[in-house]
Design a protein around this ligand. Structure first.
Ligand code: F6R
Length: 244
């Protein structure tokens, strides 16, 4: 696990956008695994800026998002589909047919998950996977547990995640209790992984991630077993690591 220290959120966003730009330059029809949440907003803003400056085209790229709240229709203001449209897709030249985000309203969630995994496999797997770091160490919505799942699945969100994500909803009661998330398999088969963590609130988990051994109770530690992972921490997220 390669750790890169960024001076601030802007630099973290530049580093992540550059990693994506480099990957897309080498693989114009490559496959990106994308995350939502607060952390990658600056990365997507920077990608949109670079696209508008003629520096990057996503025309032939295929994308798979990590997750979607279960129970929210695609056009719900807090759906991850809406997030992706607002923060990235409507600002770039991506082909709508190549965008994949789990459905929050699939009647048969298990069948939908199997189909999502098949589509990822048919696309040749993820080339570059962008990840955020949950306050409890989750990646995607693979929450701490005694066992982690290989395939995409319907997951019960932890109280901590529901609380953390309530900042985007009118009240905690409105946060969906379930989500569809890709499993560790698709994340692990990604050729390259870039994980971002920004801000003081991520300092304790970033320190745990760096110091802890591999444990399913901190799913992000499993990334230590992957051959090509870069973790980008801004100054605040790295503040629990005095050696940083
Ligand atoms: C989002 C996702 C989550 C977030 C994580 C951090 O698609 O899969 O794992 O990356 O919860 O969220 P933020 O960036 O809001 O702190």
């Amino acid at each position: 696990m390669n750790i890169v220290y960024a001076s601030d959120y802007d630099e973290l966003s530049q580093i992540a956008a550059q990693a994506i730009q480099d990957y897309v330059r080498e693989h114009p029809d490559g496959v990106l695994g994308l995350a939502t949440g607060d952390t990658p907003i600056g990365t997507y803003r920077e990608l949109a800026r670079r696209h508008q400056a003629g520096e990057i085209s996503l025309r032939s790229v295929t994308t798979f998002n990590l997750d979607e709240y279960y129970g929210l229709p695609a056009d719900h203001p807090q759906s991850y589909r809406t997030y992706m449209t607002e923060h990235l897709f409507r600002h770039v030249d991506i082909d709508g047919d190549r965008i994949h985000i789990p459905s929050g309203v699939a009647a048969d969630a298990d069948a939908h998950c199997r189909e999502y995994d098949r589509k990822i496999a048919d696309a040749g797997g993820i080339g570059l996977q962008l990840l955020g770091l949950g306050g409890n160490g989750h990646i995607g919505f693979n929450e701490p547990d005694v066992e982690l799942k290989e395939g995409s699945h319907l997951v019960q969100l932890s109280d901590e995640t529901i609380r953390a994500n309530s900042r985007n909803f009118a009240s905690v009661d409105e946060v969906p209790r379930q989500a569809i998330t890709v499993g560790l398999g698709a994340i692990f088969r990604a050729r390259k992984i870039v994980m971002l963590a920004s801000g003081k609130a991520k300092a304790p988990i970033a320190a745990q991630l760096v110091r802890s051994g591999v444990t399913t109770q901190i799913p992000a530690t499993l990334l230590k077993l992957h051959p090509d992972v870069t973790v980008v921490l801004d100054k605040e997220a790295a503040s629990g690591l005095p050696e940083a």
